[in-house]
Design a binder for this molecule. Structure first.
Ligand code: GAL
Length: 423
């Protein structure tokens, strides 16, 4: 359909929160703002060559055990998750890392100082679980911490950086989430620490992705991209929308949190991503049943627009159809995985209403209309906010494939009839 501008009419509000959103793609767009961002991305890509990698050229996608299970993981559960990633279509939708978070290791290293799997939880050992993950066509991710202890007070990597990276490589690890609990006493800056891990990773010859997990301690500013492919921009995410929005806010920074969080989008690009933390899609609490799906879509669409790593965190063994549909929505994922690698940015804010724009490699742009408030409201996007003019084709990317179901009601301000046909 063609529009002179676009309005989204909200559905019924929930008592606590209400979100309605739509992701729309417009054809033939090269606004000046997109060109400016593109220049930044090209410059960033040159810098990235310093760690000489062609990894994570789009935001990493996968599943991580923490949000669903915390430290309560074991061999059987992880195997079942690997199976579920295949069966549910998650793997084929692009989620290829299966990351074991804190809690996999035994409380003591062995007599040679090597990390070992907790023998009660992973009796077959870490190489075996890695092999299982690989056999499912997935990649193996693992958690460690650059302090003496992990956040769960298990053995951390401080003082064992080299042998830990070597054993990870032997186990077939593809991705390392390196946390920062107890790291204050290392006597080193985080930039020193992560450079040490990068050096030892490179020495193994195994191209392991390094994820900086440091509660959002400004890795974008101290040059995290020289050592790692992604870095946290926030404190931990929790399964409620207030936390989701706080985490997003740090990554798309309008300085509401702190001036240092302004303009973080300029640091994201192919090979180096801002990470507002793992997804809570499917886990969100304090919502009425009929609001859950809307909240999940808002959370997921926001992460896709922000070019955030997509690490699902729900129990995939018991995933509802609604949640599965959100997490595997092909065109929304395509926005996240767009090869231009531009992080979407806010172009409009009016109280609880926000509009985000994300220029895409094919010259179109994706727009997210978000209502963070608790009452029904219309959002109008005027083309000048996203560098367009005239009539433009518009498409709702959340339309369920094969059905006429729209997830929000989209209509042009001048053509209310479209509302009826979409509803
Ligand atoms: C936190 C980290 C979480 C999780 C947890 C494990 O520091 O931010 O994502 O990894 O530790 O103990």
């Amino acid at each position: 359909m063609e529009r002179e501008n676009v309005k989204v009419l909200k559905q019924l509000p929930s008592s606590i929160y209400f979100w309605t959103l739509s992701v729309l793609a417009f054809a033939a767009l090269f606004p000046a703002s997109a060109r400016a961002v593109d220049d930044v991305v090209r410059t960033e890509s040159k810098g990235k060559a310093r760690i000489s990698q062609d990894q994570a050229l789009t935001p990493p996608m996968g599943w991580n055990s923490w949000n669903a299970f915390q430290a309560d993981i074991d061999e059987q559960k992880i195997q079942a998750i690997a199976d579920a990633m295949v069966k549910s279509g998650m793997r084929d939708a692009g989620y290829d890392y299966l990351v074991l978070d804190d809690g996999w290791m035994a409380p003591e290293r062995d007599k040679d100082g090597r990390l070992v799997a907790d023998p009660r939880k992973f009796p077959s050992g870490m190489k075996a679980i890695g092999d299982y993950i690989h056999r499912q066509g997935l990649k193996f991710g693992i958690y460690q911490d650059r302090g003496k202890l992990t956040c769960q007070q298990l053995p951390g990597s401080f003082g064992h950086e080299q042998i830990d990276m070597e054993i990870f490589a032997k186990w077939g690890v593809d991705y390392i989430k390196m946390d920062s609990c107890f790291a204050e006493s290392n006597g080193r800056y985080s930039s020193d620490d992560y450079a040490i891990y990068r050096k030892h990773i490179q020495a193994t010859g195994r191209p392991m992705v390094l994820s900086i997990s440091d509660f959002g301690n400004a890795a974008w500013a101290w040059g995290g991209k020289e050592s790692a492919q992604l870095w946290r921009t926030s404190h931990d995410i929790y399964p409620w929308m207030g936390s989701v929005y706080n985490c997003a806010e740090t990554s798309c920074g309008d300085r509401a949190i702190h001036p240092a969080f302004g303009g973080l989008g300029q640091f994201a690009g192919p090979g180096h991503w801002n990470d507002p933390d793992m997804l809570q899609v499917g886990n969100l609490k304090n919502l009425k049943a009929d609001r859950k799906a809307i909240a999940d879509r808002a959370h997921f669409s926001l992460w896709c627009m922000l070019a955030a790593p997509l690490m699902a965190g729900n129990d995939l063994r018991a995933m509802s159809k609604d949640v599965q549909e959100v997490l595997t929505a092909p065109e929304v994922i395509a926005v996240n995985q767009d090869k231009l690698g531009v992080q979407g940015y806010k172009v409009f804010i009016d109280g609880a209403l926000e509009v985000y724009n994300k220029p895409l490699a094919d010259g179109t742009t994706a727009v997210l209309l978000l209502n963070r408030g608790n009452k029904v409201e219309d959002i109008t996007v005027s083309w000048d906010k996203i560098g367009l003019s005239g009539k433009q084709p518009v498409r709702d990317l959340l339309v369920t494939k094969g059905s006429r179901r729209f997830h929000s009601v989209v209509y042009g301000s001048a053509t209310r009839s479209a509302r009826a046909s979409n509803a």
